[in-house]
Ligand binder design. Structure first.
Ligand code: AMP
Length: 469
């Protein structure tokens, strides 16, 4: 049974969606005012893996992600660039979607822009006002957190502690409580604005998510995800907005939060200037490396980024590729009559079981990957001893493909076996002749010469294998 760690209960819980196999999953999307960095990539690779694993387990997942295409940061940046906020947001939204495609993050069912849901946002603000949870002051309509008795249940802060929290964007001195947040901001000169019965304005940060999820999922749904920085005030505010008007609890069954990607223990963030954009990362490395590097860590644990760990990851990817080449080569051979004994069945079964067990335990990808590397280690040994039949090799490839439906970094593009030049093949034949004559001095010299030319000869029971270095 799949278990998930629910931030709301601070416990691992059995996963039981609200309606049979149907899963409604919402993840907070980006604010497109600049290029996305690899910290963002962490969160979106994690939820891509989660959506894919749920689908592998036959859940019917509707994965919804919003795009905050109207926000103070967008307006600010557009002003400095002297362009319209809409144009800026649309430019960076395209860049973001391109980055996601590059990283094979293709599990999102629908991206929903805030500005396409203004009608739903206004309706929610109206409902909150009618029920007495909202009040109007000079610069906007605010949520009165003292009216919602469950405020703080996700982040485990009391209303008083929330009072102390510095709100990211809503600083009006006229607020009733310091922690109150803005639902509708009255328009200032030159800013984007929409008409509403309470005046021209634009949505506050938190309201777009509940307006969007209510439209597609209704007042209650299964999973809400995001980076852990969103627990407070963003997700706390969402609960307050939705549960106050719908009176239906809980708005979300399982709250999932991913850990930060940090550099020297400090969260990677635009504001700290310690970021690497996804675009820049991909100039130097394959996207597979980023996916693998992220999934090597448990999704809730912090990750410390360094070039050293990226290099290590690269080496592990090369090991995977070497294994795939050998498997494909063996798998494409004809079955030899005298080699019917299958050696890989129990290994494949064990890998499958361990992979599922780990993933069912709150998506424990590091343990699932340990099972994968055990398969690679044992499989390579059997290949070197020429103990795998072509059918064995194909079975291993099949389980790897299954695992890769979730991880998406094992198989990448079409793998073409490197072409070995004829002169290298000739040198390898000469070396074989020397070995047969027991002229090991000559054989070693040939191997050295072959290595100098960028190739490596490995002696296996099935004969010499040539590898490009
Ligand atoms: P933002 O556009 O800043 O609202 O961030 C979009 C998503 O990326 C949110 O879920 C954030 O929690 C997540 N995020 C931002 N920075 C990081 C980071 N350094 N590590 C992990 N997730 C992050």
């Amino acid at each position: 049974m799949l278990k998930l760690y629910n931030t709301l209960s601070r416990k691992k819980e059995n996963f039981r969606p609200r309606k049979g196999k149907k899963v409604n999953l919402f993840v907070c999307g980006i604010t497109p005012y600049d290029l996305a960095h690899i910290g963002h990539a962490r969160t979106y690779v994690v939820f891509d893996m989660i959506a894919k694993y749920l689908r592998e387990k036959d859940f019917d997942v509707f994965y919804l992600q919003n795009i905050t295409d109207i926000d103070d940061k967008i307006i600010q940046r557009a002003k400095t660039k002297k362009i319209k906020p809409k144009k800026l947001a649309s430019y960076f939204e395209k860049k973001y979607l391109k980055d996601m495609k590059g990283l094979k993050i293709d599990s999102v069912t629908k991206y929903a822009r805030a500005t396409d849901h203004i009608k739903e946002i206004i309706n929610q603000v109206k409902k909150l006002s009618k029920k007495g949870f909202a009040y109007q002051i000079k610069d906007g309509i605010y949520y009165d957190i003292s009216k919602f008795k469950d405020y703080g249940k996700l982040s485990r802060r009391t209303v008083l502690q929330a009072e102390d929290a510095v709100s990211r964007i809503d600083e009006s001195k006229k607020k009733k409580n310091k922690g109150d947040f803005c639902l509708w901001k009255f328009s200032k000169k030159g800013e984007p604005k929409w008409p509403s019965s309470f005046g021209w304005g634009r949505p506050g940060w938190h309201i777009e998510d509940t307006a969007i999820t209510e439209k597609y999922f209704g007042p209650k749904y299964d999973i809400h995800g995001g980076g852990r920085d969103l627990i407070f005030p963003h997700h706390e505010a969402e609960i307050a907005q939705m549960e106050a008007v719908s009176n239906k609890k809980p708005m979300v069954r399982y709250w999932l939060h991913s850990g930060f990607l940090a550099v020297k223990k400090q969260k990677m963030a635009k504001s700290l200037g310690n970021f690497i954009t996804i675009k820049d990362f991909l100039k130097n490395h394959s996207p597979r490396i980023l996916r693998f590097f992220i999934l090597k860590n448990h999704y809730r644990s912090p990750i410390d980024y360094s070039e050293k760990v990226i290099l290590q990851t690269k080496r592990e990817i090369e090991r995977i590729d070497g294994f795939l080449d050998k498997l494909q080569e063996t798998g494409s051979r004809k079955q030899e009559i005298n080699k019917k004994k299958r050696s890989a069945q129990s290994l494949v079964l064990r890998t499958q079981k361990e992979f599922e067990k780990a993933m069912d335990n709150d998506f424990n990808t590091p343990v699932a990957l340990a099972a994968l590397f055990h398969l690679i280690g044992r499989g390579s040994y059997l290949l070197d001893k020429d103990r795998l039949t072509p059918a064995d090799a194909r079975d291993i490839l099949r389980i790897l493909r299954k695992i890769d439906k979730v991880f998406n970094f094992i198989f990448w593009g079409k793998r073409v076996a490197p072409k070995i030049p004829d002169f290298i093949k000739k040198m390898v034949r000469e070396r074989e002749d020397a070995r047969r004559r027991k002229d090991f001095k000559k054989a070693d010299e040939m191997r050295r010469k072959i290595k100098q030319r960028g190739y490596w000869v490995e002696d296996t029971k099935g004969g010499p294998k040539i590898k490009k270095l």
